[in-house]
Ligand binder design. Sequence first.
Ligand SMILES: *[C@@H]1O[C@H](CO)[C@@H](O)[C@H](O)[C@H]1NC(C)=O
Ligand SMILES: *[C@@H]1O[C@H](CO)[C@@H](O)[C@H](O)[C@H]1NC(C)=O
Ligand SMILES: *[C@@H]1O[C@H](CO)[C@@H](O)[C@H](O)[C@H]1NC(C)=O
Ligand SMILES: *[C@@H]1O[C@H](CO)[C@@H](O)[C@H](O)[C@H]1NC(C)=O
Ligand SMILES: *[C@@H]1O[C@H](CO)[C@@H](O)[C@H](O)[C@H]1NC(C)=O
Length: 542
Amino acid sequence: MNCVILFLLVACFWTTSVSSDPDDPLLVELAQGKLRGRDNGNFYSYESIPYAEAPTGDLRFEAPQPYSHRWTGIFNATTPPVFCLQWNEFRDRLMGVEDCLTVSIYKPKNSSRTSFPVLVFIHGGAFMFGSAVASGHDSIMRGGNLIVVKISYRLGPLGFASTGDKELPGNNGLKDQRLALRWIRQNIASFGGMPENILVIGHSAGGASVHLQLLHEEFGQFARAAVSVSGNALNPWVVQEGGRGRAFELGRKVGCGQAENSAELKSCLKSKPAVEIVAAVPSFFVLPYVPFSLFGPVVEPADTPEAFFTQQPRDLIKSGKVAQVPWLVTHTAEDGVYNAAQLLQQNPRTNETWIEELNDRWFDWVPYLLFYRDSIKTIIEMDEFSRKLRQQYLGNRKFSVENYWDLQRMFTDILFRNSVRDVLDLYREYGKRPVYSYVYDNPSEFGAGQQISNRTDVYFGTAHGDDILLIFDIAFLRPVIRPDEAIISGKFIKMLEDFALSNSEALAFGDCDFQNNVNSTQYQLLRITRSGCKNEQHNQFP
Ligand SMILES: *[C@@H]1O[C@H](CO)[C@@H](O)[C@H](O)[C@H]1NC(C)=O
Ligand SMILES: *[C@@H]1O[C@H](CO)[C@@H](O)[C@H](O)[C@H]1NC(C)=O
Ligand SMILES: *[C@@H]1O[C@H](CO)[C@@H](O)[C@H](O)[C@H]1NC(C)=O
Ligand SMILES: *[C@@H]1O[C@H](CO)[C@@H](O)[C@H](O)[C@H]1NC(C)=O
Ligand SMILES: *[C@@H]1O[C@H](CO)[C@@H](O)[C@H](O)[C@H]1NC(C)=O
């Protein structure tokens, strides 16, 4: 026998026998075998654990398959999660890999606890980009009371392309998330997590994902509570129309132009290198990363086997056949920063800011900027809507850096705020479990507005992400944390811990008890500011 193999067998046997040491917290035994995590000082990590078969080759564009391999030897769970293959907005390039379906688990060291409530995080990025590593866990680990689990899911065309029929019904990225949630429910106890006390939270497209997961009865088995930060299923950029057209356009861009039907298209797209498919993304843009959610969730045809959803979220909520779990849905005072601030950059071809160019291109660009390109059916109606928006927010003034604030308000309303109002309207009438809401109203020193525009001379207000970065902190995105923000961070983390543990479904932030919107005649909103929190009741959504 080859002595290298012999050596490996012996080494493997040896590590396996050592591993049965019950006092080794880095070693975890699961149905698929044993894995070893890493000691990071004040917490343990178990990273990049596969929950699905690699979605490559013939499994590309298919619903995820549960991971079915048994590990021989000990799985090395010390590699940070990779990015799922994507065209990244902020780096403006291709990055990541196709084989990316993993969960990563972070567990504080706390000798006074034997088990922990669990916070599952679904990252944002317009369903197009982002990653599990792009959100920090240091504050939560220091707190010592919560296990954090981060999910990776397929993005962009690989996660959300849809031909609108049963060949490629779509929503594979959401199906990935659901499989990951099922995996977590089944396995988290082996890591010291409390399977009955899981809270699922997401930001932006991750928040919308959490809401879409909630629209499934099965989610009630995965989670005790859910939180959607600055993103819900009714945002106009979430559930998309025109998916079939884009799938065939994608095919033409990568050399599958001959495909006559969905089966041929899918089979041709499967034969192409994944990087070619994703590298086609920027060719769809009318402005830099506009439309920002190009391939996203779709309503699948009614006959789809194991569909993720086959009705509009609005109708699902009305039907009541959804998970019965308390939910917190939030926004920030100026969530629209994320999409508006990039208009302060210059068009490199003209050296004018995009906002100035809007004066000539408003009717061409705004249907893409505000996501009604596919939902309004005729050009006349579309132009009429564009005209009204402009009139409502700018009157007869021109688009300019001076009038930026009004443009940003329009983006906040259309892309984020109005759908919080709409979703609360629905749940006030049809909800069966408490629905809470806060508005975060406390600008950071350096948030998405300054980063995206690279300007500090414009006032942005409380941006998209200003609150979530106080929970999942990342030093490079948030160099300055003020004392008031440090206090808020502690209160947020305590709020999430209590929500995961609560038997009463009650929720509090610091001294403020959230008021339930379900059955309420008024909107019940908690306003979180620099100086604290305040309950507000409104007849008109503020
Ligand atoms: C586990 O993976 C890490 C990172 O890839 C590597 O540095 C380390 O040597 C590996 N450990 C073992 C025991 O193979
Ligand atoms: C550890 O667990 C105890 C008991 O649940 C808790 O009171 C404490 O806040 C936790 N954190 C740290 C850092 O000790
Ligand atoms: C834009 O500015 C750059 C650098 O100042 C200059 O080289 C270029 O000619 C300008 N382009 C136009 C179209 O004005
Ligand atoms: C809403 O009102 C109905 C009817 O009074 C009641 O059965 C239900 O428990 C209430 N729901 C919530 C979440 O308060
Ligand atoms: C941001 O602005 C500064 C000065 O205003 C400039 O030096 C820098 O190159 C800009 N960065 C980017 C990425 O445009």
